[in-house]
Design a protein around this ligand. Structure first.
Ligand code: BEZ
Ligand code: FE
Length: 291
């Protein structure tokens, strides 16, 4: 005679434990830990806010749109994480560098792999309008020793605030890889960046417009340094005095990354050349944390 099976009765009080236990069966222990915690925090959110069915459905529709607008060039999920402060929290707790090392900040959605290799002082902004900007200095270890052969992967927005991946262009635009010389020195020639708005034509923008949040980022240039023997560094340099330094929509500003863009008269430039027009100079030494 078959024994009657007693079904597990899930109630409002027990559902969190039951779901967490179920997801805790993930084969990989770390996946089990992440999924159980996710279930517990999601349930706590729904309980704390007494989430209604209409609100739950609005959130599902919003997430669907985030997925639908995303492709290999449009990263609306990363943008969501950025504007919620999650990206910067994850960056900070994973890159607790020694004092004196250059701090990390968000990668953002606009980095493109495979930028062209450019020489010392080569112009990555060729033909584009803007004030010439030379960013130069050295790449060093914490003890001050220069690091030769370090590659700086550099990218930035144009004077309309647009990155290459937002435009329909065939050639590398405002990005390049610069290698340090024997003395650890690098020199980037570009144009002075301006502050710009994050993409506002999607679900993230629609949400931000319902708040008092500024949707701008302060003027900056992006740098990625992946040097053998050192912690990878993803960071920006921000222009001192720029608008929005106090309200960066993605929480990416750190005091140590704000540098002076000194305004210079026409004359000799740091690469040994000459500028016929007024230009800007930003001097910065990147200091890398050992791996
Ligand atoms: C950026 O600086 O490229 C960026 C970072 C996060 C969100 C949007 C843009
Ligand atoms: Fe940027």
């Amino acid at each position: 005679m078959a024994h009657p099976v007693t079904p597990t009765v899930v109630t409002e009080d027990t559902i969190t434990d039951v779901a967490a236990e179920r997801w805790g069966t993930a084969h990989d222990p770390r996946t089990a830990e992440l999924l159980t915690a996710l279930v517990r925090h999601l349930h706590a959110f729904a309980r704390e806010t007494r989430l209604s069915e209409a609100e739950w459905m609005a959130a599902i529709r919003w997430l669907t749109e985030v997925g639908q607008i995303s492709d290999e060039k449009r990263e609306e999920f990363i943008l969501t994480s950025d504007v919620l402060g999650l990206s910067m929290l994850v960056v900070q707790q994973n890159h607790r560098f020694a004092e004196g090392a250059t701090p990390a900040t968000v990668l953002g959605p606009f980095h493109i792999e495979g930028s062209p290799e450019l020489g010392y002082g080569a112009d990555m902004s060729e033909g584009l309008p803007g004030t010439p900007l030379y960013v130069h200095g050295t790449v060093r270890a914490l003890d001050g020793a220069p690091i030769p052969g370090a590659v700086l992967d550099v990218w930035q927005a144009d004077s309309d605030g647009a990155y290459e991946s937002q435009l329909d262009v065939d050639e590398a635009r405002l990005r390049g890889k610069y290698t340090t010389r024997e003395d650890g020195a690098y020199c980037v020639r570009t144009i002075a960046p301006l502050g710009y708005a994050i993409p506002m034509d999607g679900p993230v923008g629609r949400l931000i417009r319902q708040t008092e949040i500024s949707h701008f980022r302060p003027a900056h240039v992006h740098f990625l340094l992946n040097v053998p023997g050192y912690e990878p560094l993803i960071t920006h340099l921000f222009r001192e005095g720029a608008e929005y330094l106090d309200s960066d929509v993605v929480f990416g500003v750190k005091r140590e990354l704000v540098v002076t863009f000194a305004e210079r008269e026409p004359g000799p430039t740091p690469d040994g050349g000459h500028s016929d027009v007024p230009w800007c100079e930003a001097a910065y030494d990147f200091v890398l944390q050992p791996a």
